[in-house]
Design a protein around this ligand. Structure first.
Ligand SMILES: Nc1ncnc2c1ncn2[C@@H]1O[C@H](COP(=O)(O)OP(=O)(O)OP(=O)(O)O)[C@@H](O)[C@H]1O
Length: 606
């Protein structure tokens, strides 16, 4: 995030630009009521002053005199302004509340669509973006809510205009005193907003610093890590560390949340001096008969306006805090939009019908200094099965993530039937793809949703769902669940249920199969059955190969019983292909594959 010299002003400008996007008429109403809410008190001020000044003349002239009638007219004007102020204030506040709420929704929407827009996932590992996301996720937090900023603005803007109006009135008394107020107030507002912004940034925008704290809190209250935390007796340690970090944060807050004396004291002193000088000058002018009683009364009430405007209150703070995250969110929207790729090619129908080709592909994860894939050449013939093997960290998953378009190669290209995937609309490519990753997601949704997520438009096709479940051996299991296919797979729901690791894996495999049945042409299976026993895995993979015959299948596995069934096997090491051939060819080669296969086979035999 680029630091800004005037974050409060930038945020405020952003708000001013965003409001018309929510609603032009409501923004116009907001502007109009801001002016009216400022103007009516000024009218009251002047009417009251003039009324006070009129009373002696009216009393002398007696009831029914023109002087007395003028006094009543002034009273009427004052009361009318008061009533109008009440009415307009109400509308002003309601409109501000609604605009604030809608602004927050607009920002949430911008944020979610910005984050969802990129084709890949690299941006979700970018520290700056993550920091912004964490802040934005707290949009609901009281202090840094844009909604509060609008409410703050709704309260401050009329007061400020009113004080400016009071300053102009004072110009008629003494132009220098009036100008001093007219220039002084904006300076005070800027100084205060800058101070509040400093406090807001240092206390409420500590996303990165609060990261560990947030992580520990989530660990302590979510079901997934609960087992390990309890079994290892980690809870006291975790809570202790959480408390320590929270205390540090609290200390930091207490240290930084106050206004600095070197800002507050000069501001307060300047206001005191200006008020005293104005008051003394007014009294002096009155005593020396330099201004009439009526005019003096108007000036005194105008001076009072200066007290009612308060640049130090909660509204001023909420205004500064609330606008803080806005420029970042808008910048993120722009930044991620700029990363969108240009589509210049289309895949032929039914692709791949010939081959998928990795051509001198390099890849390094964002921010990493070493590549995980280097100059990789790999030809995958369409309609065949390929197994990728290699030791931990060899780059197998990274390779299929590139194929799935989750990351883009940093060098070289991946083509499908000759078309560079970087030029293709990822949505088109992904309709041809079904993938199951080793860290597949266990969605806390119904069984039906879990299986049909790869082709949600077919979620109502129960026969098709059973066709995906039966080969995975889970139809009986699903039928035994309380709501069958509609049972929620989470014990966090009243009628929900959780499954064993192997059962979850079968559900995920059914999801991959369902997407294949829905038309996917390429199937990626990354450790598809690591949670199954060896026999079950071999049987399942056999089934898969039968069902998916004619499909381009890429499987990553450490189980050679699975791997050996593939048409072709490549051994990956250091991000490059080091052996390539069928099971028999690689065994005959007597290299790494043969060694590893023999080792595993001997162990199993023993
Ligand atoms: N998101 C990531 N960011 C940075 N580095 C990563 C990321 N994911 C993986 N790596 C690194 O890339 C290298 C290759 O990882 P990859 O997951 O491709 O290996 P693999 O062959 O699939 O391993 P395994 O058999 O253990 O699943 C590893 O050194 C790993 O630390």
């Amino acid at each position: 995030m680029t630091p800004s010299k005037f974050p409060a002003a930038r945020g405020l400008l952003a708000v001013v630009r965003l409001l018309p996007l929510i609603s032009r008429p409501r923004t116009a109403l907001f502007a109009a009521t801001t002016v009216l809410v400022a103007a009516f008190p000024l009218v009251m001020t002047i009417a009251t002053g003039l009324l006070v000044g009129q009373i002696p003349a009216a009393a002398e002239a007696g009831p029914g005199s023109p002087e007395a009638r003028e006094a009543y007219v002034l009273l009427g004007v004052g009361v009318a302004a008061l009533l109008a102020l009440r009415l307009v204030s109400q509308a002003h506040q309601t409109n501000a509340r609604n605009l604030g709420r809608d602004l927050e929704l607009l920002l949430q929407d911008r944020l979610v669509s910005a984050v969802a827009r990129p084709v890949g996932v690299a941006h979700l590992e970018d520290d700056d973006i993550l920091a912004l996301l964490r802040i934005a996720r707290q949009l609901g937090m009281d202090y840094i809510r844009p909604e509060r900023a609008i409410q703050g603005l709704a309260a401050i803007a009329p007061e400020f205009l009113s004080a400016a109006g009071g300053s102009i009135v004072l110009c008629f008394f003494n132009v220098w005193i009036g100008l001093a107020w007219l220039i002084g107030w904006p300076l005070v507002v800027i100084a205060m907003q800058n101070e509040y912004t400093r406090i807001g940034k240092s206390v409420y925008m500590r996303s990165t610093e609060m990261r560990e704290n947030e992580y520990l809190r989530d660990l302590a209250i979510t079901a997934e890590p609960a087992k390990e935390l309890r079994v290892w007796g980690m809870m006291p340690w975790l809570l202790g560390r959480f408390d320590r970090l929270s205390d540090e944060h609290l200390e930091h807050t207490e240290r930084n949340q106050g206004m600095r004396a070197r800002v507050a004291l000069p501001v307060i002193a300047a206001l005191l001096v200006l008020t005293s000088v104005t008051a003394v000058a007014l009294v002096d002018a009155g005593v020396n008969g330099l201004v009439g009683f009526g005019a003096l009364a108007v000036y005194v009430v105008a001076l009072q306006k200066m007290f009612t405007f308060f640049a130090f209150d909660d509204n001023a703070a909420f205004l500064s805090y609330g606008v803080l995250p806005i420029p970042g969110i808008l910048a993120l929207d722009g930044k991620l939009a700029a990363e969108e790729r240009e589509v210049t090619a289309v895949l032929p129908d039914g692709a791949p019908v010939e081959r998928i080709r990795f051509e001198r592909v390099d890849f390094a994860y964002p921010g990493a200094d070493r590549p995980v894939i280097e100059s990789l050449d790999l030809d995958i013939e369409a309609g065949t099965s390929l197994a990728i093997v290699g030791h931990n960290g060899a780059g197998k998953t990274s390779l299929v993530k590139l194929l799935a378009g989750l990351y883009e190669p940093t060098g070289g290209k991946i083509t499908m039937d000759g078309v560079d995937l970087a030029e293709v609309d990822p949505a088109q490519w992904r309709t041809s793809l079904s993938a199951l990753f080793q860290d597949f997601t266990r969605y806390q949704l119904s069984v039906r949703d879990n299986i049909t997520l790869g082709a949600p438009h077919l979620a109502g096709d129960t026969d098709r769902i059973w066709k995906a479940c039966e080969p995975m051996g889970i139809r009986d299991l699903i039928e035994s669940l309380p709501d069958g296919l509609d049972t929620v797979l989470s014990s966090e729901y009243a009628d929900g249920t959780d499954l064993s690791g192997g059962q979850w894996q079968r559900i995920a495999l059914a999801r991959a199969l369902f997407a294949v049945q829905a038309g996917a042409k390429v199937l990626i299976l990354d450790e598809p059955a690591a949670a199954l026993d060896v026999r079950a895995e071999a049987e399942l993979y056999e089934q898969f190969l039968n069902i998916t015959a004619g499909l381009t299948t890429i499987v990553i596995s450490h189980r050679f019983s699975t791997v050996r069934r593939a048409d072709r096997i490549v051994v990956l090491d250091g991000g490059a292909v080091v052996e390539d051939g069928s099971h028999d060819e690689l065994m005959a080669l007597g290299g790494r594959y043969a060694d590893a296969f023999t080792l595993q086979a001997n162990r199993l035999a023993r």
